[in-house]
Design a binder for this molecule. Structure first.
Ligand code: CDP
Length: 204
């Protein structure tokens, strides 16, 4: 397939979007953009002392390779810069251009189906209970060798969800035409299969 084809995957923290998006992109041989990484990269530069809007306007590929991007501190900083309209605006064109590249693209984030790509051919909203998501993020941090405490991780995930859902700019919510996938009781393989099925239904 050489035509543009956009698959938008949104959902709350640690719902499994990243794993599902990578697998869907590999299955359909499409490019994948983890848009959370853009906000994390801006958050990391703010933690290093920079202004958020300036950081978003001058983001470069090397910023996405910073080893600290997957820490909880950077996740919180990301959700704080993500409420700023000028930060979101600075990241918009890059995401839209990526979405329309030849051969198709999978973008995962919070506002892909609602704001970045409202015309996306497929929209998925991936979710799971807060407890399941917190446990997954905890296991992920431990497996990376990062110190983690389940209660603190749960509090972090809930605080970030609240900030993401309550913000005025591009709040986290399912697009009206999104397919909902609840991964609480699904294995990774089952969640990926549900996502691939939903894409195949739309591709016809
Ligand atoms: O991996 P996880 O789901 O925990 O987070 P992420 O996707 O890396 O996103 C980190 C933070 O960036 C989120 O909590 C949001 O505040 C923000 N974000 C956003 O506002 N819009 C997006 N499209 C993606 C992320």
């Amino acid at each position: 397939m050489t035509e543009p084809f956009t698959i938008a995957i949104d959902g709350p923290a640690a719902a499994g979007k990243g794993t599902i998006s990578k697998a869907v992109a590999a299955h359909f041989n499409m490019a994948h953009l983890d848009t959370g990484l853009l906000y994390r990269a801006v958050g990391a530069r703010v933690l290093a002392g920079e202004d958020a809007v300036e950081a978003a306007r001058t983001l470069v590929a090397a910023d996405l390779e910073n080893d600290s991007l997957r820490t909880q501190d950077v996740a919180q900083a990301a959700s704080k810069v993500a409420v700023i309209g000028d930060v979101r605006a600075a990241l918009l064109d890059f995401q839209r251009a990526f979405a329309r590249r030849a051969g198709g693209a999978v973008l995962d984030g919070r506002d892909i189906g609602t704001v970045i790509c409202p015309q996306a051919e497929v929209k998925l909203f991936v979710t799971a209970s807060a407890e399941v998501r917190a446990k997954r993020r905890y296991d992920e941090l431990v497996s990376r060798g990062q110190p983690a405490d389940l209660e603190a991780v749960t509090a972090d995930v809930k605080a970030r969800d609240a900030r993401d859902m309550e913000r005025a700019e591009a709040p986290l919510k399912p697009a009206q035409d999104a397919v909902l996938i609840d991964t609480s009781d699904k294995t990774i393989d089952q969640a990926v299969a549900a996502a691939i099925d939903a894409v195949n239904l739309k591709k016809g």
